[in-house]
Design a protein. Sequence first.
Length: 144
Amino acid sequence: MRTISILAAALLIGAGASAAQDAATARTKAPHGASVFIESPKNGATVGQDVTVKFGAKGVAVKPAGDTAPDSGHHHLLIDEKGLPPLDAPIPNDATHKHYGKGQTEDTIHLAPGTHTLQLDFGDAAHRQFDPPIVSKKITVHVK
């Protein structure tokens, strides 16, 4: 009888830990009608190697990472990304995925000559994509 009680307790603790883990990794529900967009440069623009990218947001507030205010998050700029990062993990922080966790709404980035794509991916307080993801249209720039 005692063995069954210990086993039952272990299963309940495991289920509780699993539920807590699921809650910790659950994606934040996207505010209805929220969108992000690249204000400049315009799609198809020819730019210099140092280009200022201005970010826009509608229906969602731009806040620093860690700020859990409802309907808010921060920008991530995807450079030459082939698709969206995995939905079940925080957005990576590397040369292809630039984080703007201080709530920035623009940045001057350096790009090599050639053709590049830019796209915004709006993340929640923990750098996760919203459900569904709030992403801009992908634009192409030509660097001289």
